[in-house]
Structure formats: C-alpha cells, structure tokens
Design a protein around this ligand. Structure first.
Ligand SMILES: [Zn+2]
Length: 70
C-alpha cells in the first residue's frame, strides 16, 4: 500500500480531503465505502482511511462487541 503523492484528493464520494493512502479499490468497496475511482487503486484521505480500517476490523472480529451501538 503506497502513500499517494501530494496533491491527490480522496476518491470517496462527497469527500474532497487530501489523500494520504492508496488502496485496492475492491478492498475499499468491500468495506462499504463508496468510491468514485474507476481504477484499481483508490486514494483515501486520513479520515476515510480510518473509516476503512474501522470497517475492515469490524468485519474480521468484534462482530459482537459493537452490536449494541446502533
Ligand atoms: Zn476522504
């Protein structure tokens, strides 16, 4: 996972933050994030990357722990 070059913006829908990470588009979509990217790679800003991490984490474990948070 490379770090994207300065000046790129986040590929998540409705987000225009500066991108800090670049991930496989499929991985991002699998986590439930909507992306505008049509390529293999999706650029994510700090915030969206955090969201993505959170989402993938929930997938793997914690399926019970977060149930009651709505
Ligand atoms: Zn973003």
């Amino acid at each position: 996972m490379g770090i994207v070059s300065k000046g790129s913006t986040c590929d998540v829908e409705d987000c225009e933050e500066v991108a800090v990470r670049s991930l496989n588009t499929k991985k991002v979509e699998d986590a439930g994030l909507r992306v505008n990217s049509s390529g293999k790679k999706t650029a994510l800003c700090k915030k969206c990357y955090k969201e993505w991490k959170k989402a993938t984490k929930e997938d793997r474990s914690l399926e019970r722990a977060r149930y009651d948070r709505g």
